[in-house]
Design a protein around this ligand. Structure first.
Ligand code: AMP
Ligand code: FES
Ligand code: ZN
Ligand code: ZN
Length: 301
């Protein structure tokens, strides 16, 4: 197996690209995919203050590493979700990475800063924990960026994540989610710009990047996410990809280039006003995060 670029011994084969790469040229490939993503959707401007949402997993640590390599001033933000040992270990990986690279990692802890954990919120709402978890993370990323003067929030969603979400949205014809699913959401009043610079790179590429670059990451999946639908969509897409390499990318990139626009046009616009407690724009009396907080810790209401 020879590297496509230098003909030296290859360390990885990428069937989707019909290419093998040595360590050096695989890293260059990852950099190029991020550069292309950033350029194509004008995700980042030179001089932007960048906040990377860092979970301690492979994708977000690889993303932080790649953005710094590409010359961006990027700080990290870890959100403590209170999922026992899993959260402690994840923070440990994020901290160790930041220390070794001399980067700034900010930490917001749901229990300390907002009075509840994801397991408590899930129990209070009697819904799957991932709903409360996703809502809380999105809220904290956005508030932290706005309150601390960051221009943009980057998350480590990769090609596999985005293709699986797209499959779920299409299977349920969830038109609102389809309209919102995009690797670059511009800033709006009360909302920071949000981008996903890894949408062109797969899960396997990100794991290989971390192993080759000696980045220790949280290998375990979240214990609360076991059996969720998202994982089933990933498995279905993996089966397709095995038979027909490039299917995932064709599905996601084709959607972004040719179909996304038809889901964003002409929808009704909902009037938003600032949440009286936290200032986040909301169509209701109180934003969804503050409502969740009330349910998780009823004594504060
Ligand atoms: P997930 O929703 O777990 O698939 O994660 C998607 C992305 O959200 C990750 O790549 C990170 O950028 C970000 N993220 C997930 N969990 C956390 C966390 N606890 N703290 C900060 N960022 C996170
Ligand atoms: Fe969100 Fe597990 S990381 S429920
Ligand atoms: Zn090479
Ligand atoms: Zn609020």
């Amino acid at each position: 197996m020879k590297c496509r670029v230098c003909r030296g011994p290859a360390v990885i084969d990428l069937r989707r690209h019909n290419a093998n790469f040595c360590h050096e040229h695989f890293v260059a490939h990852c950099e190029e995919q991020v550069r292309r993503a950033v350029r194509h959707f004008a995700m980042l401007e030179p001089g932007d203050r960048v906040l990377v949402a860092v979970s301690g997993g492979k994708d977000s640590l690889a993303l932080w590493d790649l953005l710094v390599r590409l010359g961006y001033a990027a700080d990290g933000l870890y959100v403590g979700l209170g999922i026992d040992r899993y959260s402690d270990e994840s923070l440990g990986h994020a901290r160790a990475f930041a220390t070794r690279r001399q980067l700034d990692l900010h930490v917001v802890d749901l229990a300390t800063d907002h009075g509840f954990t994801v397991p408590e919120a899930a129990a209070a709402t009697r819904r799957a924990p991932c709903g409360a978890c996703g809502l809380s993370k999105r809220h904290v990323f956005n508030r932290y960026a706005l309150d601390h003067g960051y221009d943009v929030v980057c998350t480590g969603h990769n090609l596999d994540d985005e293709a699986a979400v797209l499959l779920g949205n299409v299977l349920h014809w969830d038109l609102d989610s389809l309209a919102r699913q995009h690797p670059a959401l511009p800033a709006a009043p009360g909302f920071a710009r949000k981008v996903k610079p890894l949408y062109r790179l797969g899960e396997r590429e990100m794991a290989a990047y971390c192993v080759l670059e000696r980045i220790d990451y949280q290998v375990d999946e979240c214990p609360m996410a076991a059996g969720n639908r998202h994982l089933a969509y990933k498995e279905s897409l993996n089966a397709l990809e095995l038979r027909s390499p490039g299917s995932k990318a064709a599905f996601l990139f084709g959607y972004l280039e040719r179909a996304h626009g038809s889901f964003t046009r002409g929808g009704p616009t909902v009037a938003l006003h600032p949440c009286p407690r936290c200032g986040t724009p909301t169509p209701g009396d109180e934003c969804a995060f503050c409502r969740l907080q009330h349910r998780a810790i009823p004594v504060t209401s």
